[in-house]
Design a protein around this ligand. Structure first.
Ligand code: F0G
Length: 451
């Protein structure tokens, strides 16, 4: 059989509501042209994020009932810890309420003024946590990773030469650790090869620096390695995942992605002294180390989710359904970040709206147009998210993130049809001006006016 089907059937359904164009126009105006401020009930297909928006399995829901809500030493914690130890090989497993809580603890320990943290591309919360500590966040992805048209199989790779240069230029003392994000979300959901991880590990070893993964989408990354990296095709995804974690001294994970849960996070550490200090910070703001800001039932759902995400029929369907959307857009002459990423397709808003200059936010304008046209919510990853003052971002992208196990192929076909229609009338899309913004992470709350 050629058709790759959803490897599940649907037991519970949740209605979604069609709105009129007038309703959407009013909702956009009320939200200051920022779709983060639109009510979710006014969204038909929500591709804002793949984070915490997935559907849990019947086994995960059964785990919710089994959750042990003991404050300390809950059975659910041990089940969670065992599963994470088995998958990653790490001994020290700290639960947190989500990825950024792990990041906050990590960078409170290693960040600070004068420090420089390299990554392929920092995700926005990672960058914000590095910068909040007073350190500088540097993106050292390979050049192909900044070119939407490059078909490099591992466009998420961190450039080893840029990393060596950084160590020589700023001195190893100022670099507390090296981080690599798998898959590289801000760079188009692109994978990182095992070969690259090994090379970065080697450089870290030379300079005696810890190597950390931002491992939110570790299973999707491992599946790409299996499909694309020479010599990996016959290995199990679980074995590749283990290789990835074996190279690292620590990892932050948002379980809202490949943990297949609606809330949860993990901090993995090898160093015992660092673990001791991290646990103290965990108790300060998250909770006792056997629940870390979560309910016992959440730990139970995570334990199950981290197992299900490694099923290869799931990953085959997952990666293929994103690729399907990407390929059809390309065939319609719409530029995306090529090849399609693991969790999302990224429209190249700069080529979709060539009439809108970067500082009039072509990505944000396209996001608004797509919502107005068809009730689809996407997110800008461009100069609103990463621009500073009059310095635009490196790329103007619009991310269509696909929640896990939520939408069917006909939902995706509707999205395709809407984008193709909008592309035909794209010269009607107007740029935006910021009228209100906070000092950091402005994309969440900024308000805009149409020009
Ligand atoms: N790192 C990466 C690579 C991420 O994609 C995210 C979240 C985080 C860290 C933070 O995790 O949300 O659990 O605190 N990404 C979501 C997204 C929000 O839409 O891409 P969190």
């Amino acid at each position: 059989m050629k058709t790759i089907i959803e490897p599940f059937r649907i037991k519970v359904v949740e209605p979604i509501r069609m709105t009129t164009r007038e309703e959407r126009e009013a909702a956009l105006r009320a939200a200051g042209y920022n779709v983060f401020l639109v009510h979710a009930d006014d969204v038909l297909i929500d591709l804002l994020t793949d984070s915490g928006t997935g559907a849990m399995s019947s086994e995960q829901w059964a785990g919710i009932m089994r959750g042990d809500e003991s404050y300390a030493g809950a059975r659910s914690f041990y089940r969670f810890q065992d599963r994470l130890r088995e998958i990653t090989g790490f001994k020290n497993i700290l639960p947190t309420h989500q990825g950024r809580a792990s990041e906050r603890i990590l960078f409170e320990l290693v960040g600070g003024p004068g420090k420089v943290v390299p990554n392929n591309n920092h995700f926005d919360t990672t960058r914000a946590n590095v910068e909040h500590s007073g350190a500088e966040a540097l993106d050292l992805v390979i050049d192909e990773g900044r070119n939407p048209r490059s078909r490099h199989p591992f466009k998420g790779n961190l450039d080893p030469q840029k990393l060596e240069r950084l160590f020589r230029d700023v001195g190893a003392d100022r670099v507390p650790l090296v981080m690599v994000t798998v898959t590289n979300n801000s760079g188009g959901g692109q994978p990182v090869s095992l070969e690259n991880l090994r090379e970065i590990r080697r450089i870290c070893h030379t300079y005696n620096k810890p190597f950390f993964l931002d491992a939110c989408r570790f299973a999707e990354n491992a599946f790409f390695i299996k499909k694309r990296e020479p010599g990996q095709a016959d290995r199990s995804v679980a074995a590749i995942v283990r290789d990835m974690f074996d190279l690292a001294d620590g990892a932050t994970i948002s379980a809202k992605k490949d943990g297949l849960v609606n809330i949860g996070g993990v901090l993995l550490l090898r160093d015992e002294e660092m673990t001791r200090r991290a646990r103290n910070l965990l108790i300060l703001t998250e909770g006792f180390p056997t629940y870390g800001g979560l309910a016992g039932r959440d730990l139970e759902a995570m334990a199950q989710g981290f197992e299900e995400v490694l099923h290869e029929d799931y990953l085959t369907y997952r990666i293929r359904s994103v690729e399907y959307l990407g390929e059809k857009l390309l065939a319609a002459g719409i530029q995306i970040v090529e090849p399609p990423g693991g969790h999302a397709v990224y429209l190249d808003a700069a080529s979709f709206c060539p009439h809108i200059p970067p500082l009039e936010f072509p990505g944000q304008a396209l996001v608004c147009a797509l919502y107005r046209h068809a009730g689809i919510r996407a997110v800008e990853i461009g100069s609103v998210m990463f621009g500073r003052g009059d310095k635009p971002a490196a790329m103007e992208l619009v991310r269509l993130a696909i929640p896990r196990r939520v939408y069917t192929q006909s939902h995706i076909d509707y999205v395709l049809e809407a984008i193709i229609e909008l592309h035909k009338i794209r010269d009607q899309i107007r740029g935006l001006r910021i009228v209100e913004q906070p000092p950091a992470l402005r994309h969440f709350t900024a308000r805009f006016e149409e020009l």
